[in-house]
Design a protein around this ligand. Structure first.
Ligand SMILES: *Cc1c(COP(=O)(O)O)cnc(C)c1O
Length: 398
């Protein structure tokens, strides 16, 4: 039985993936961060403060909810939703933001920076910065600022400065570039709260660990409820943090099948998508070696997804490794399928999911009907859809 849960190695490698591909000037900051994280991880005071914040400020544990009507309508497997959408700020992102702000304080940093795509990570970061009294700057692509205006306003009310990034495609990749530039310049007093299981070591490991609480809770909840482990886990994959958070505590349970759902955009053949495992290749982007969407010269290709949070050219390195090992399957859902699932979940369960989450729901709608009724599926309901209602209303001409 392979011990998947032992990875990465001390330099952040998941087999051939991961590592630390950063400018010289960031190496000592990243090494300091990795060392501080190792100390914090085994420090009971750190862990108990984080647990208290997750409980009283963020709202953990989140429920594991049996989706009775969706199950009945699909007439197949039993579907449970892990309700990360009920967390403070509306998505799983707060788990990681809380962990990292405690680390920033331990390291004596005074400034917080972050990138954001859909704005959910920016909101989570601005929230923890306000809670701990930190100055906070959020970098966001100007295109994303337009499609996620509500989150821009939330960040500003929380006291953060939102900097518009207009370079290139003006979305998440460019926002990360700007955040990295700021960090290189101000690394002595600044902590960069990276928002997914991406980038240089130690981020993919650290962000994953802060989200493992999702899978640890789900494991206990399903055993109390059903007296056994789930058969299938399904989650959407942008950088891969909500997925790895749910999956990781089950990796060494061979009976548990895991499916990651990428953004198929307008379809793989159109080239307008963000499904790195459909036609992507091995490359290095923003600190890590992993699957990326690039041309033969290694130039990053344009990506597209209806959901800003899945619209990124690289996938977290641990996902590339687990895909090679055939431990996790990766599929995709198109924009149209995600939008249909967005409506289905709203109408059958009274839950409006984030468009990112709707990709995972779309896959459940595809597979549940052909599975036996004693099959148990847990879907990670990574976030709520308030931020996406205006966009979906335009699409459906409401
Ligand atoms: C950011 C976000 C995602 C995508 O990020 P991952 O790191 O892949 O989890 C998915 N769902 C929601 C609700 C998000 O806000």
């Amino acid at each position: 039985m392979p011990a998947y849960q032992q990875l990465p190695d001390a330099h952040g490698h998941f087999g051939p993936y991961g590592g630390m591909f950063v400018p010289e000037t960031l190496m000592s900051a990243l090494n300091d961060l990795a060392a501080e994280y190792e100390r914090a991880k085994i420090d009971p005071a750190f862990q108990s403060e984080l647990a208290e914040l997750l409980r009283d400020f963020a709202g953990r544990p989140t429920p594991l909810y049996f989706a009775a009507r969706l199950t009945k309508n699909l007439a197949g497997a039993k579907i449970y939703l892990k309700r990360e959408d009920l967390l403070h700020t509306g998505a799983h992102k707060i788990n990681n933001a809380l962990g990292q702000i405690l680390l920033a304080r331990r390291m004596g940093k005074t400034h917080i920076i972050a990138e954001t795509g859909a704005g959910q990570h920016g909101v989570a970061t601005a929230t923890v910065a306000a809670r701990f009294g930190y100055e906070c700057v959020i970098y966001m692509g100007s295109v994303d600022m337009q499609r996620q205006a509500l989150n821009v306003a939330r960040m500003r009310f929380l006291g953060a400065k939102v900097v518009a990034v207009t370079a290139g495609q003006a979305t998440l990749k460019e926002a990360i570039n700007e955040a990295m530039r700021d960090w290189v310049t101000n690394v002595r007093n600044t902590h960069y709260i990276l928002g997914s299981a991406l980038g240089s070591h130690p981020y993919p490991m650290m962000v994953r660990d802060f989200h493992r609480v999702i899978g640890l809770e789900a494991r206990q909840q399903i055993q109390e409820r059903e007296g056994k482990l789930p058969d299938v886990l399904i989650a959407c994959v942008g950088g891969g943090s909500n997925a790895i958070g749910l999956f990781h505590p089950f990796l060494d349970d061979a009976s548990v099948r895991m499916i990651g759902v990428e953004a198929g955009g307008e379809g793989i053949r159109t080239g307008k998508h963000a499904a790195r495992f459909q036609g992507g290749r091995l490359g290095v982007l923003q600190g890590t070696k992993t699957f990326i969407l690039a041309n033969e010269d290694g130039q990053i290709e344009l990506t597209h997804s209806i959901s800003a949070g899945l619209d990124y050219a690289a996938v977290g390195p641990e996902h590339s490794y687990l895909r090679d090992k055939e431990r996790i399957e990766y599929v995709y859902a198109t924009d149209d399928e995600a939008l249909a699932a967005f409506r289905t979940l709203a109408e059958t369960e009274g839950i409006i999911p984030a468009l990112e989450t709707a990709h995972a729901v779309a896959h459940v709608i595809k597979v549940a009907p052909s599975l036996p009724s004693d099959t148990i599926i847990i879907v990670n309901c990574s976030g709520r859809g308030d931020k996406d209602v205006a966009q979906a209303a335009t699409y459906f001409e409401f």
